[in-house]
Design a protein around this ligand. Structure first.
Ligand code: TYM
Length: 374
């Protein structure tokens, strides 16, 4: 296991398996009891997964496969990718779905331990989404940071810009459906997804209460210490697949030379000393966070610890580049090898789709009964 995947997980177990307190009717007892621990997460195929995805979420996906759980389910959420603006061209989306599966397999997702599948191939996600849309208040969705950021500053009393679509507004409800259709208890994600998780809990709670059934557990986020890796070109913004400038991120498929060049070009400041000061020195803090996450250390400890005596940004960047190269190399090499295994990657997804369908359909049956459609 690479050093980067050894991070200690902070699994929020407190209320993980607790179901809503307000749904305690006799009907609750008749629903199948939720299993102890079910893990679910997803990634959008909007480009190649990057170092932020890896350090913030994906390496935990790998670790969680080896912990006791009733099921471990990972999804390439292509329906969510349709909310991108401008739309992802069909050939690009097709390639990105395949390449995301390749990256996930390359970094250690093992189809014998986890279900790896393509969201759109499991219709119960969108079926449940509709039911959940009917219990989700517009006010909750209006408060979502992602929606507010994309909606910009358009005043509430004017029509939103044409680029703002219903799909984007309802995005978090589909995400809740992704989670709840597997009755997941633990969701390994980066910090930017915590608000969506909170909403999924609110939706689960209101569904359980309305239909007087203990069907959905309250899903909890599972986080690494690298909750938010920032852009290399703007350390006040998170590293993102959709950013126009490829120098802002390190893709898990980048060569050693590309990684080194991107880190050499990272925005820092004119102070030669190496200090941990995220507020005033976000660029340096981001480099220290990268180093710390790759080596499984506390970033604040580095200036007086492993990086003691390192002076000057060129020297710091050299150290960071070396450890990022070490972290990415095994993933990239395996990704390249899987380039010659197209049929295998397709088979993994097809088998995962079938297994996910069986799990999701079982919950959908319960939902139909709970709401009176069956
Ligand atoms: P996505 O595709 O943007 O990102 C996948 C995962 O990577 C994490 N992440 C980061 N972590 C640290 N630093 C960063 N700069 C960074 N950028 C991304 C994300 O938090 C995420 O865990 N809405 C989700 C996809 C989704 C999903 C779900 C996730 C759809 N349905 C159900 C969990 C459960 C998203 O856009 O992830």
């Amino acid at each position: 296991m690479p050093a980067a995947t050894r991070t200690v997980l902070s699994v929020a177990t407190t209320a993980a398996t607790a179901t809503t307190r307000s749904a305690t009717s006799a009907a609750a007892a008749t629903a199948a009891s939720p299993p102890a621990r079910r893990i679910l997460s997803g990634i959008q195929p909007t480009g190649v997964p990057h170092l932020g995805n890896f350090l913030g979420a994906l390496r935990q996906w790998v670790q969680l496969q080896d912990q006791p759980a009733q099921s471990v389910v990972y999804s390439i959420v292509d329906l969510h990718a349709l909310t991108a603006h401008p739309p992802v061209p069909p050939t690009t989306l097709r390639d990105s779905i395949h390449n995301s599966a390749r990256v996930l397999l390359a970094l250690g997702i093992d189809p014998k331990k986890s279900i790896l599948f393509q969201q759109s191939q499991v219709p119960a996600h969108t079926q449940l989404q509709w039911v959940l849309t009917c219990v989700t208040s517009v006010g909750w969705l209006n408060r979502m940071t992602q929606w507010k950021t994309k909606a910009g500053s358009s005043p509430a009393d004017t029509a939103p810009p044409a680029a703002l679509k219903m799909g984007l507004f309802a995005y978090p409800v589909l995400q809740a459906a992704d989670i709840l259709i597997y009755r997941a208890t633990h969701v390994p994600v980066g910090e930017d997804q915590h608000q969506h998780l909170e909403l999924a809990r609110d939706i689960a709670k209101v569904f359980n209460t309305n239909y007087k059934i203990n069907l959905f557990p309250m899903p909890q986020a599972v986080s690494t210490s690298a909750k938010r890796i920032m852009s290399l070109t703007d350390p006040t913004a998170k590293m993102s697949k959709s950013h126009a400038n490829p120098k802002s991120r390190i893709d898990l498929t980048d060569s050693d030379t590309q990684i080194t060049k991107k880190i050499r070009g990272a925005v820092t400041d004119s102070d030669a000393s190496v200090t941990w000061d995220p507020e005033h020195r976000p660029g340096v803090a981001n480099l220290l966070s990268l180093y710390a996450a790759c080596r499984d250390l506390d970033p604040a400890s580095l200036p007086e610890g492993e990086l003691k005596g390192v002076v000057g940004m060129a020297n710091l960047k050299q150290k960071v580049a070396e450890c990022v190269v070490d972290t990415v190399r095994p993933v990239r090499d395996e990704y390249l090898r899987l380039g010659g295994e197209e049929a295998y990657v397709r088979e993994v997804l097809e088998e995962g789709n079938a297994r996910a369908r069986a799990e999701a359909d079982a919950t959908w049956e319960m939902v139909m009964k709970a709401v009176g459609m069956k």
